[in-house]
Design a protein around this ligand. Structure first.
Ligand SMILES: C[S@@+](CC[C@H](N)C(=O)[O-])C[C@H]1O[C@@H](n2cnc3c(N)ncnc32)[C@H](O)[C@@H]1O
Length: 212
């Protein structure tokens, strides 16, 4: 016999899926009108994460925001650690992922929490470094971006992992983010870091990807 409550839940999930598909179709349709310029539609960027990240391994995301990328990663990852300093956004994420035992929400700054989280991970690791002040409801901490501290924490622990992929968002802003002179390190410093760590690297859709 069918359960009306779970039928309703299923219909709501399907309706939400159709709305998301409609949104993706509209943003994709507009992209050529923008000359395929950055930023690419979100699901195009997610394609980069899927291509280079290790499905079935551990993911670390810095900057949870609304948890949309977290949700996609959680579908295939063994575990997702996501870090968010805004108490409100972290609380929303805890609610959203209450039924996802493979997702851990860490409330705090990436520059404080990332080293300790990395010390608990071995095997295969993928990182989505996307935690930074972005205006609106997002958190502004002592630094606009903790990317320098994040890269240093990874470099100090490289021996822990069999393979590691690091994806850094907003490459176009490095060295040049308007009004935040010096907040973001230069693009060449990302390349030098990757070379020092023995990573191959590339840039796709405004994402700096380093892998080994
Ligand atoms: C661009 S949004 C993240 C989007 C999300 N990763 C996604 O893919 O949907 C940036 C987030 O980083 C958070 N943030 C700001 N400073 C941070 C820091 N020092 N450490 C970690 N997260 C930070 C902001 O509150 C915001 O939620």
């Amino acid at each position: 016999m069918s359960n009306p409550a779970s039928d309703r839940g299923g219909m709501r999930a399907r309706a939400s899926q159709l709305r998301t598909q409609g949104f993706h179709a509209r943003t994709l349709a507009r992209w050529p009108l923008r000359g395929y310029s950055v930023p690419a539609p979100q699901h195009v960027k997610l394609g980069v994460l899927r291509r280079y990240g290790h499905a079935g391994g551990t993911w670390v995301e810095t900057g949870t925001y609304l948890g949309d990328t977290t949700a996609v990663l959680a579908r295939t990852a063994l575990r997702v650690h996501t870090i968010e300093p805004s108490a409100d956004l972290a609380q929303r994420a805890r609610q959203r992922f209450v039924d996802h035992p493979n997702v851990t929400i860490h409330e705090g700054l990436s520059e404080d929490l990332l080293p300790g989280i990395l010390d608990t991970i071995d095997g295969t690791l993928s990182l989505w470094l996307d935690g930074h002040a972005s205006g609106g409801i997002t958190h502004t901490g002592p630094v606009v971006t903790p990317i320098r501290e994040e890269l240093a924490a990874i470099e100090q622990r490289l021996d822990r992992w069999d393979s590691v992929t690091v994806l850094v968002d907003d490459f176009r802003g490095f060295g040049a983010l308007a009004g935040e002179e010096g907040a973001y390190p230069s693009r060449s410093s990302l390349v030098q870091w990757a070379d020092r760590c023995g990573f191959g690297w590339t840039v796709e859709h405004d994402i700096f990807v380093a892998f080994r």
